[in-house]
Design a binder for this molecule. Structure first.
Ligand SMILES: N[C@H](Cc1ccc(I)cc1)C(=O)NO
Ligand SMILES: [Zn+2]
Ligand SMILES: [Zn+2]
Length: 292
């Protein structure tokens, strides 16, 4: 059952979320020529993220940062894991994808900034990580942050990870996907919960979190119509996944998968992505603070 009973921990943490941090992460990730799963830049982006997360975790013996190598392509996924104090075998996951594309012809010199898709999601989840580490938060359940490789070519990175977790019988209690969090195509809605290839009960929990902690935000719902991001890799294995998205389908960012998916197209603002960082923080803390 989904309890919302950690207000004294969550509320102060929410005030620590900083737009400037989210903005600079989106900028940094957008500055790679591309982050395509097969290029040198795509590998560099993964290695740099690995190093950044290792630096953030410095000194914490309860945290491991690793790269998940994929056999068929060079770009690795990146995982930061904070071991739970009471129920370490129960895992809460927040993910986004670190790769970018301009379509199937993407090559070494293609320009694919992927500011919204999905630098924004990585920036949102990294801000959750930064705030929790800065406050020395210790989860009762294990909390994992994932930067998936190769989402754009068929959810391949998350599929490999979810398959391995399933094979190893890992207990993942909940997954949140953050893919495209910064382009507000529709000013009347802040968060759109994707209803297909996700878990309805957990979606209700996410909606309740928004109502409880972010009452100023408008939450709507919509369906993708297909397995449109990495949440589907977890759902496929029977794990509960939710996918809060930046807009309705009708108002979606038409610039993704082009060289024009830049921060400038979101007015050089990360105000929208901040909402998803906050939502992700409430999800992580409420779910990881409970133990049987
Ligand atoms: N297809 C997805 C983008 C995408 C996701 C959800 C919706 I609604 C519209 C578009 C993608 O490119 N993810 O990387
Ligand atoms: Zn994406
Ligand atoms: Zn995409």
């Amino acid at each position: 059952s989904y309890a919302i009973d950690n207000q004294s921990t969550v509320t102060p943490l929410l005030t620590q979320v900083q737009e400037s941090q989210v903005l600079s992460t989106i900028q940094k990730l957008s500055d790679y020529q591309n982050r395509f799963y097969k290029t040198s830049h795509g590998t560099a982006a993964s290695n740099d993220l690995f190093n950044t997360w290792k630096q953030m975790a410095a000194g914490r013996t309860d945290i491991t940062v690793s790269q998940f190598a994929h056999k068929k392509w060079p770009q690795k996924s990146v995982i930061l894991s904070i071991k739970g104090t009471h129920a370490p075998d129960e895992i809460v996951v927040i993910g986004g994808h670190l790769d970018s594309t301009v379509g199937f012809l993407t090559g070494e010199n293609s320009r694919a900034p992927g500011a919204d898709d999905d630098a924004s999601g990585i920036a949102s989840l990294q801000e959750v990580m930064r705030v929790l580490l800065a406050s020395n938060y210790k989860p009762k359940r294990t909390l994992q942050f994932m930067g998936y490789a190769a989402e754009e070519v068929g959810l391949l990175g998350s599929d490999a990870i979810a398959a391995k977790y399933k094979k190893q019988g890992k207990k993942v209690v909940g997954v949140m996907q953050l893919d495209m969090t910064n382009y507000q195509g529709q000013p009347t809605s802040d968060i759109t919960l994707i209803t297909d290839y996700t878990n309805a009960a957990q979606n209700n929990f996410v909606k309740a979190l928004a109502t409880a902690y972010l009452p100023e935000l408008t939450v709507t719902q919509d369906a993708c119509g297909y397995a449109c991001s990495d949440h589907a890799s977890w759902t496929k294995r029977g794990y509960a996944a939710s996918f809060p998205f930046e807009s309705s389908l009708a108002a979606d960012n038409k610039l993704i998968h082009t060289p024009n998916d830049t921060l400038a197209k979101s007015n050089n603002s990360a105000a929208h992505a901040v909402k998803f960082a906050k939502l992700g923080l409430t999800f992580a803390v409420e779910l990881a603070s409970d133990a049987p």
